[in-house]
Design a protein around this ligand. Structure first.
Ligand code: GRF
Length: 218
């Protein structure tokens, strides 16, 4: 087996997707090893869950940096470097990243978003899906590029929108799919199976198949 890719999970909140990734990575055969959980908020519930699982945690509070996103990211980069991080999985990380940061991590940073992108980028996706009357909703794992929620799509899962759904019932149905989808999609990246063709992600069938190195999609 080739070396597992050293991966950081970045969170801001409860960390249920983080927990799903930690559970997958607890299997030594999983191609990503979670070496760091980093939060931009000291009160993120996920930090305690990560610590319980024996994963190193770090807090880089974003608030003191105000609008200086680059300075905040420099502090984050220090933690990533200290832990030898190769891949980043954003999991409910509520900070918009600069173009510089996303370009440095191009092809090596993934995010999960609670909608079927390109529908409903941004916040309040479940309420907006209900208001729009869509019959299918879901979640997307994508590579992160400078445009928020715009990167090449790696994987999606759809759920039905049912009569009488509330924002929370719909969110719960989507979240169950997120927990299934994210570990699978992160594994593809960690195995080097993802390549980009004209800005779209193509997943090689075989782990380790000769996927050319990821290029910056920009
Ligand atoms: C998830 O719905 C995820 O798709 C979105 O933020 C939420 C985070 O939830 N990006 P959790 O912290 O993983 O439970």
């Amino acid at each position: 087996m080739t070396a597992r890719r050293r991966t950081a999970i970045l969170i801001s909140g409860r960390g249920s997707n983080m927990a799903a990734l930690l559970a997958a990575a607890a299997d030594p055969a999983y191609p990503a090893e979670i070496v760091l959980v980093l939060s931009n908020r000291a009160d993120a519930g996920g930090l305690a869950r990560a610590a319980e699982a024996g994963i190193p945690t770090a807090v880089v509070e974003s608030r003191p940096f105000g609008r200086d996103r680059a300075a905040f990211e420099a502090a984050v980069e220090q933690e990533l470097a200290r832990h030898g991080v190769e891949l980043i999985a954003l999991a409910g990380f509520m900070r918009v990243l600069t173009e510089g940061f996303t370009q440095r991590w191009a092809g090596r940073m993934v995010n999960i978003h609670p909608s079927l992108l390109p529908a409903f980028p941004g916040l309040d996706t479940h309420a907006r899906a209900l208001a729009a009357g869509v019959r299918l909703h879901g979640c997307t794992v994508h590579l992160v590029t400078p445009g928020v929620d715009e990167g090449p799509i790696l994987a999606q899962a759809a759920v039905p929108v049912l009569e009488g759904d509330s924002e929370s019932s719909l969110a719960a149905r989507v979240l169950a799919e997120e927990h299934r989808l994210y570990p699978a999609a992160l594994a593809w990246v960690a195995e080097g199976r993802v390549r980009l063709e004209e800005g779209r992600a193509v997943i090689a069938a075989q782990p380790g198949a000769s996927a050319p190195a990821l290029r910056n999609p920009a």
